[in-house]
Design a protein around this ligand. Structure first.
Ligand code: GAR
Length: 203
């Protein structure tokens, strides 16, 4: 069976990348293979994780390349070179334009740390999402894996999981619980679901 070739795109610590790598090592990603990691900045610790796992990792910086167009060209070149079938945004904080996302219909996944449509959209990322949930006083939050289209956090929802908010939670405590109870489980599961579809399509 020819596995789906996966690129994981990251910006920060990369715990979701690690969850994907661990799932792969544990045989929980039988239809896919992580073959490339792309970071939006060279300091992303996620690049270290890729290195440790023996997976090629590159930084593609919009700041250094000077424009959105050059940034997306840089990404596309590597995605092509590594013959990528599926892109997974795992804490990737740069926005992708419609001309990029349109080339990958139902082939870009994103993980967002809330139950979409709550606490999402442009500017809602990382701790800000959890701060907003605590400010609103919701009692339940969670994580969402969705396909990526031109609308930030607006693509079709694939998986969601709810997580309780507890009295005294800080944004940091809540972020960790959402990661442990939802994100690190959902993302590998979604990666396998879409990889299996890609493999099936080829048969
Ligand atoms: C994760 O919580 C992810 O859901 C979030 O950034 C964090 C990255 O952590 N993504 C967004 O907020 C996207 N809008 P990680 O680098 O440890 O995986």
């Amino acid at each position: 069976m020819l596995k789906a070739r996966i690129a994981v795109m990251v910006s920060g610590g990369g715990t979701n990348l690690q969850a994907l790598l661990d799932a792969q090592a544990a045989g929980k990603l039988p239809s896919g293979e992580i073959v490339l990691v792309l970071a939006s900045n060279s300091k992303a610790y996620a690049l270290e994780r890729a290195k440790k796992a023996g997976i090629p990792g590159f930084a593609v910086s919009k700041k250094e390349l000077g424009s959105q167009e050059a940034f997306e060209e840089g990404l596309s070149k590597l995605l092509e070179e590594y013959r990528i079938d599926l892109i997974i945004l795992a804490g990737f904080l740069s926005i992708l334009s419609e001309s990029f996302t349109a080339k990958w219909p139902r082939r870009i996944l994103n993980i967002h740390p809330s139950l979409i449509p709550s606490f999402c959209g442009q500017g809602m990322y990382g701790l800000k999402v959890h701060e907003a949930a605590l400010k609103k006083g919701v009692k339940v939050t969670g994580a969402t894996v969705h396909f990526v289209n031109e609308i930030p956090d607006g693509g079709e929802i694939l998986l969601q999981k709810a997580v309780e908010i507890l009295p005294g939670d800080t944004a940091e405590v809540l972020q960790r619980r959402v990661m442990e109870q939802a994100e690190w489980l959902l993302l590998p599961q979604a990666a396998e679901m879409v990889s299996a579809d890609i493999v099936k399509e080829r048969e």
